[in-house]
Write a protein that binds this ligand. Sequence first.
Ligand code: ZN
Length: 98
Amino acid sequence: MTARLVVGNGGQEPRELSVEPWADVHWIPPKQSSVVVTHSPRDSWPGTTRGDEPFQAHHRADSVTVWANGHCFHISDQDGNEILAGDYIPACPARPRP
Ligand SMILES: [Zn+2]
């Protein structure tokens, strides 16, 4: 399964986006959106005990933390171009292992 979460930055300054549980920090440019993508090999999301809950978001004054409840995460820009693949790709069930 694939889940996508669009996180927009409506402000004038870059906004911090943290992706947990990997503690990965990314900056969303002003007036743009970033897309957090997560995958799960099954019909459930292993990072949560509730069903149909691929993401959780915690908003603070100048940052947002997104918990991705799948096996991996990817960040792309609003056009779908992947801008962060990280070291987590070997754990991605949507891609063949090297
Ligand atoms: Zn993945």
